[in-house]
Design a protein around this ligand. Structure first.
Ligand code: ASP
Length: 571
């Protein structure tokens, strides 16, 4: 006999009289003195088993031993429930199974938490992930993960993309994070880096004539863990030859639509709106703005230039947001405190400073009655940063975000370079392989501050889903970009000689994109972080509570790799 003939969520009234084996986990057991009721569960749902000692003494004996999460096989007859016993909330609520044979296939020790318990500590859930996975939430999320990825693969296949596997162990790829290093026993003192992305390999595929490459690629980045970040994550990584930006964006939009449809959700309208980087920074103070609400940042630099209010008078930049309510003094000073934590010198409220402003200034600001205008004056990047965070903070606090909306949009036209916080020189904004805007190639070395890159980001409700760009396909331009970043000829050849050589051997023009799959699925599942859609994630400290990794290794193992640990630093 098969282990099971039906799934636990499958039986309906018209299955009455069928004799079926069922197998699954015990969700609940109720002893009604004589009759024992068991809800048997698998990922499809639950079926009520009835064990009547008059029908089978063997089954009744086994049923007495049963506890939650035991695994059973039950064989019995499907019977309609008495009208008063019908459970309209359960798809199988019309029937129950009168059990003749009951086998305990495996037992469970008392559980560290109940599956239907609310608010279980997350580390405990991860420590016992195999139990946590049995919850409706995790079953739904992991299956949604599969559905979305399968749909994306179908879209890529239909569009003639070729799945090419690229190495995880490679040279460091600059994506702006630290590398995870892998020591090599055969060559002590040398290390592979775990790929931060397949970036250069996919470009080499283009040079190699695979003109549409894709991969659901695992990437590794040594960064602090956050709601949307794990050490390792997957991205839909693709690259295309002979394309313009719009071709790349259209492919990504088709994948989003395919995944939405497959998961039963209404796909967002295509094409997704585009917003330039400059506009995003000006109006939302962020390069990944959440567009589900307004509260756009307004500029008052010109209006307040020469104002009597000394803070505004000579400030390089004055901007404000208008909030549709008023604040008490205490609320205002709390807001000012947070703004200061973000780097503002202060947060001015129009009502407190209006006496310093002229009629004309007030009129031009045009702040409606009952609203509050909050101002920051400083260097432009500080103003944008603080007001961007304030806009989000207030929207959350005041519940201005419509959680039912899904707003996808692109941010385009990024600067090619930015000043490195680490060493003060120029560094790449996306990665060093992003092409400058056509026509700007010659100016990148003389005026890097004004060079624009053909770089684009995809944003969903304020989460950056991924980035991409049209790439450099001329070795000279690539070298110029490296030089702006302070890399001399020797270092270029040492680190990227293979790329420069490939770019000298017939590279086609090309571009691509990578979307963080885990972020995408977390948002699709309406989860607050990617751990909820990842089977075995790590916690914020970087530990895996399930296996206990990372673990120390004995000196003998390290010696083989040519590694000696520094003495632990005294506390
Ligand atoms: N390699 C980039 C990243 O991982 C994506 C791309 O430019 O295609 O973010």
């Amino acid at each position: 006999m098969a282990w099971r003939d039906a799934m636990c969520g499958e039986l309906r009234a018209d299955d009455a009289d069928r004799r079926v084996p069922l197998a699954g986990w015990v969700a609940t057991r109720r002893d009604h003195g004589g009759l024992i009721f068991i809800d048997l569960r698998d990922h499809t749902g639950k079926t009520q088993l009835v064990i009547n000692p008059e029908r089978s003494t063997g089954a009744a004996k086994a049923a007495h031993e049963i506890r939650n999460e035991f695994v059973l096989q039950a064989v019995g007859e499907v019977v309609p429930r008495a009208p008063e016993a019908i459970n309209p909330n359960l798809p199988t609520g019309q029937i129950e199974v009168q059990v003749d044979e009951l086998r305990i296939l495996s037992r469970s020790t008392p559980l560290p938490f109940q599956l239907d318990e609310e608010g279980v500590d997350e580390t405990l859930r991860l420590r016992y992930r195999w139990l946590d996975m049995r919850t409706d939430r995790m079953q739904r999320n992991l299956r949604l993960n599969h559905t979305a990825i399968a749909a994306i693969r179908r879209v890529m296949d239909d569009l003639d993309f070729v799945d090419v596997w690229t190495p995880s162990m490679t040279r460091g790829t600059p994506e702006g994070a630290r590398d995870f290093l892998v020591p090599v026993r055969l060559q002590p003192g040398r290390f592979f880096a775990l790929a931060q992305s397949p970036q250069l390999f996919k470009q080499l595929c283009m040079v190699g004539g695979i003109d549409r490459y894709y991969q659901i690629a695992t990437c590794w980045r040594d960064e602090d863990l956050r709601a949307d970040r794990q050490f390792e994550f997957r991205q839909l990584d693709f690259e295309m030859a002979f394309v313009e930006r719009e071709d790349v964006l259209a492919v990504m939009e088709a994948c989003v639509a395919g995944a939405f449809e497959a998961s039963g959700a209404e796909p967002p309208q295509r094409p997704f709106p585009r917003l330039s980087y400059a506009d995003a920074m000006l109006r939302y103070g962020s390069d990944k703005p959440d567009l589900r609400f307004g509260m756009e940042i307004q500029d008052a630099t010109e209006v307040t230039r020469g104002s009597e209010f000394s803070v505004f008078k000579n400030a390089p930049c004055v901007r404000y947001v208008v909030v549709p309510r008023t604040f008490s003094r205490a609320e205002q000073s709390r807001l000012e405190e947070v703004a200061k934590e973000w780097g503002a010198k202060g947060l001015a409220n129009l009502s407190q400073i209006s006496k310093f402003l002229s009629e004309r200034e007030l009129e031009e600001l045009g702040v409606p009655e009952g609203s509050t205008a909050l101002f920051v004056a400083d260097e432009e990047p500080v103003v944008a940063h603080v007001l961007g965070l304030l806009r989000l903070h207030l929207a959350r606090e005041l519940d201005l975000i419509d959680g039912s909306l899904d707003v996808f949009h692109w941010v385009t036209d990024f600067p090619l370079f930015e000043v490195s916080e680490e060493y003060g020189g120029w560094t790449f904004m996306h990665h060093p392989f992003t092409a400058p805007v056509p026509g700007e190639e010659d100016g990148i070395e003389t005026d890097p501050a004004h060079a624009h890159g053909q770089h684009y980001d995809l944003i969903w409700n304020g989460w950056e889903l991924g980035s991409g760009s049209i790439r450099i396909h001329q070795a000279e331009v690539q070298q110029a970009v490296f030089r702006v970043m302070g890399m001399g000829d020797e270092e270029q050849r040492d680190k990227f000689g293979f790329l420069l050589e490939a770019l000298e051997m017939g590279p086609p023009p090309h571009g691509g994109f990578a979307m963080g799959i885990d972020r995408f699925i977390a948002l699709l599942a309406r989860e607050p972080d990617i751990r909820q859609v990842t089977a075995f994630p790590k916690i914020a400290s970087g530990n895996d509570p399930l296996t206990g990794a990372p673990t120390p290794y004995p000196d003998s193992a390290l010696r083989e790799l040519g590694i000696r640990l520094l003495d632990p630093q005294p506390e």
